[in-house]
Ligand binder design. Structure first.
Ligand code: CP
Length: 310
């Protein structure tokens, strides 16, 4: 039995296989529409979500399976004090696979240690968000044609943004990647990512505060929102929340084929006027998220379309 707790749980070869499967699902959805008949996915969301929870549910329904779960800690027995360890033992009796989002870093790891079904980390605090990373990788591969030799700007809240941490972890394994880390000094990338991931893998990177200074050099710009829910101090959040606002004027400084990605939800960091720019890929990214989660469910359940009976 396998879990997905970090993007590093899959080798580069396994990731390639998963992305190829997701692409086949995109182009041949009918092949897969009954493949999970009789299987159940549980979504255990202790934190709010629109995309991750609903795209997991859509993914399982597209595969012919069923879904159950809760969308907030308040509507589960966590509100009565039940532990993650106990909850996963219960859910293991009800479902074949589960996706868990939790505000505490490491909660899905604890769940996996007690689980008899595959556990997928759907975001744990400010730590990791590996299925957003799979979504981002599929978007980049589909729209740029490769995952190597790219200059990628990561902009916004690099301190608390778990999607950024996961994406860096995944991309350092591909050759020729250069990161441009764009943030206010208060929201710089954590030391453990800088030292243990970027420097340990000899990956080229630069840290800057001004987006305009580097826009023209980027092939991908990954925007992120300032993560209000991770701040201890509301005044600090208010001071930093509009550090970056990507608008048409700034897009005029960018390469004509630079892609703009964003894990969403957006707040103010991308003006709606950018949505009509051909380089805006963040809504396409959402659709890729469904295909890649379908591929992930099949991979973790070890279900193949070529199996007898399918
Ligand atoms: N990208 C993402 O995790 O969005 P949600 O918080 O809506 O799931």
């Amino acid at each position: 039995m396998r879990h997905l707790l970090s993007p590093l749980d899959f080798s580069v070869e396994e990731l390639d296989n998963l992305l190829n499967l997701a692409a086949d699902i995109e182009h041949n959805p009918d092949k897969y529409k009954e493949i999970c008949k009789g299987k159940k996915l549980a979504t255990l969301f202790y934190e709010p979500s629109t995309r991750t929870r609903l795209s997991f549910e859509a993914a399982m329904l597209n595969l012919g399976g069923n879904v159950l779960g809760f969308s907030s800690a308040d509507s589960s027995s966590a509100s009565k004090g039940e532990s993650v360890s106990d909850t996963i033992r219960i859910i293991s009796c009800y479902a074949d696979i589960c996706a868990m989002r939790h505000p505490k870093e490491g909660a899905p790891l604890v769940a996996a240690s007690r689980s008899s079904i595959p556990v997928i980390n759907a975001g744990d605090g400010g730590h990791q968000h590996p299925t957003q990373t799979l979504t981002d990788l599929m978007t980049i591969k589909s729209l740029k044609g490769r995952l190597d030799h790219l200059v990628i700007g990561l902009c916004g809240d690099l301190k608390f943004g778990r999607t950024v941490h996961s994406l860096i972890n995944a991309l350092v394994r591909y050759p020729g990647i250069k990161f441009v880390l764009i943030s206010p000094k208060e929201l710089r990338i954590p030391d453990y990512i800088r030292q243990d991931v970027l420097e340990a893998n000899s990956v080229e990177y630069q840290e800057v505060e001004h987006l305009e200074d580097v826009l023209g050099s980027l092939e991908i710009l990954y925007m992120t929102r300032v993560q209000r829910e991770r701040f201890f101090n509301e005044e600090e959040y208010i001071r930093l929340k509009d550090s970056y606002i990507l608008n048409s004027e700034k897009m005029a400084l960018a390469n004509k084929d630079m892609l703009v990605l964003h894990p969403l939800p957006r707040v103010n960091e991308i003006s709606v006027e950018v949505d009509d720019d051909d380089r805006a890929a963040y809504f396409k990214q959402v659709q890729y998220g469904v295909y890649v989660r379908m591929a992930l469910i099949l991979t973790l359940l070890d279900i193949s379309v070529n199996e007898p009976g399918n």
